[in-house]
Each structure stands twice: as C-alpha cells, then as structure tokens.
Design a protein around this ligand. Structure first.
Ligand SMILES: Nc1ncnc2c1ncn2[C@@H]1O[C@H](COP(=O)(O)OP(=O)(O)O)[C@@H](O)[C@H]1O
Ligand SMILES: [Mg+2]
Length: 284
C-alpha cells in the first residue's frame, strides 16, 4: 500500500465516521436542459466509484427519474409525506447501483403536516442520508419555493445550462435568487449540450463574469457534457448512457464531472445538521 493509498484510506474512514452525505442539488432556470439525465448519470458514475448514492427526484412538476432508471415504483415520496408508507417502502434500488427516492407532486403538502409528522419524516430521511456518501437531488426548473427549499439547504448547487441564450439568461436569474436567498452551499455551473470544452468555457466565463460583476460572487466551473446522440439513445433504452454507452463522448464528460464532484464528497467537512433537518427548518 502506497502512502497515497493510505491517505485516501484514512480520508475514507474519516468521511464514513462523520456519517453525513454530501448533498448536491442539480437545478436550472430553463427546463429541458438535461438535469434529470445528468443527475441519473452522475449517480450511476459515483455508484460505479463505490460511493453509496441516493438520488432524490424532487422535480414536483415532471418527476421522471424513475423512467431513466428503468424502475416502476408503486409508491413515492408523497406516500411517505402523507404517512401512508414508510421511507423504507419507497426507496427503490435501481439497476445502475444506487437508490432512488421517486418523486411526487404531493411533496408540496409537506407544509401542511403536523409538527410530529414532519419530525418523523425528517428523522427517517436523515437516517437514510446518514448511511449514504452522496445525496443527489434532481430539482425542478425555475425559482419556485419548492426548488429553492432544496437548493438553499444543499451543500452544493449545480446550475445546469446549455449554450442557448435563453438558458444562459435563466441560469443567471436562478443564480441571482440563490445568492439573494443566502444559499449555504457552493454554487457551480454545468454546461450541457456543448460542442466541446471551448464552448463550455465561453458559456461559463460569461455567466461567471456577470455574477462577479453584479452579484459579487465567485461561481465555480462544475463541468460540461457534449451534445451526443448516445444520450437520447440511452433514454430510449431506459438506461444511463454511462452504462449503455460507456465509451461515448458524453460518458467521458460525466466521468470527469463525477471525479470533480467526488473530490467534494470526499473532502468537504460534514455539515452540522443533516440535510433534511435543515430542509424542515426552511419549511417551517
Ligand atoms: N448532452 C446531451 N446530448 C444530447 N441530448 C441531451 C443531452 N442532455 C440532455 N439531452 C436531451 O435533452 C432532453 C431533456 O433532458 P432532461 O434530462 O429531461 O432535462 P431536464 O430534466 O432539465 O428537464 C432529453 O430528451 C435528453 O435526452
Ligand atoms: Mg427533469
């Protein structure tokens, strides 16, 4: 065993002992920019890197991560929130090697619950995230209260955009709200559907430049994924493209992105309280 192996082994032990999943919210201004595909493929890639990953489908409008994961869950988070099912009945292992909490529009009702109900659910969810290394949240698009409740409490917020001017404008709008709402986590930009790295950097530089000038914040570059027919082909097979087409250009991009994210998963100090406890506070 080399010193490097030993050091990384120690970090691993420390991280596990700290027992809190890093939460990564994947969001966007405009819809259809690739949040769900990126979330599912990031989850699959981190799982292949032996991380214990939970993907929470929190898109209350278009919850469809289950389709890309090729599972047909009978119950979802709405049933948990309504007290009809335990979280253990809802969380679904998927073929790609991670666990999915299927999404539901009923999640908005969280605010109507009694304090006791809420405490029970939050405790259940926090136990779950305690046993995971990474909790990836596929939020909906836009700047509604529901999306913000997830982004404001996550450790990392990844804002997805494409090179389209409308997507860039909307990404900036989301970022502005994130900054104004006092997001606890780091904000970064993922540029999807690009021709290559140069185009991704150009898009990123534009957004980061405006953010620095007008919001006085530094935004990190999260990564990029090229426009690749393998993505659509894998969707039709209901399988993550990193598994279906591991040698595709898009898969290589996601691997590079996952390496970067995994660095945070491994190195970031654990937050003081669990993600869902923070979320419950936000809802109150
Ligand atoms: N890198 C890419 N290359 C080609 N098509 C992509 C890429 N990323 C996403 N898509 C396609 O874009 C569409 C929207 O993706 P989706 O993940 O559902 O977006 P969102 O969750 O943001 O609404 C899907 O049809 C998907 O196959
Ligand atoms: Mg989606």
């Amino acid at each position: 065993m080399t010193l490097m192996d030993q050091a990384s082994g120690l970090r691993e032990v420390a991280r596990r002992a700290s027992g809190r999943a890093q939460t990564i919210a994947i969001t966007s201004g405009k819809g259809g920019v690739g949040k769900t595909n990126l979330s599912v493929n990031l989850a699959a890639t981190l799982a292949a890197m032996r991380r214990k990953v939970v993907l929470l489908d929190a898109d209350l409008g278009l919850a469809n991560a289950d389709i890309l994961c090729n599972v047909q869950p009978r119950f979802n988070l709405a049933h948990v929130v309504a007290g009809q099912r335990a979280l253990a009945d809802v969380i679904t292992p998927v073929p790609a090697g991670f666990s999915l909490i299927p999404g539901a529009s009923g999640l908005a009702k969280m605010a109507d619950l009694t304090e006791g109900d809420r405490r029970r659910i939050v405790a259940d969810l926090d136990i779950l995230s305690d046993t995971a290394d990474a909790l990836i949240i596929d939020t909906g698009a836009g700047i509604g209260r529901n999306v913000l409740s997830f982004t404001s409490t996550a450790d990392h917020v990844v804002v997805v955009t494409t090179p389209e001017p409308t997507a860039i404008t909307d990404a900036y709008a989301v970022m502005k709200v994130l900054v104004r709402c006092g997001t606890a986590g780091k904000i970064s930009v993922m540029v999807n559907m690009v021709k290559g790295r140069d185009e991704a950097r150009q898009v990123f530089d534009r957004i980061a430049g405006v953010a620095r000038q007008f919001l006085k914040v530094d935004i990190a570059f999260s990564g990029y994924v090229v426009l690749d027919p393998a993505v659509g082909q894998a969707v039709r097979k209901r399988s993550p493209f990193v598994q279906q087409y591991p040698h595709s250009a898009a898969a290589a991009c996601v691997q590079a992105w996952a390496n970067r994210i995994d660095h945070h998963v491994e190195m970031a100090p654990p937050p003081r309280s669990g993600f869902f406890a923070r979320l419950a506070n936000w809802w109150r």
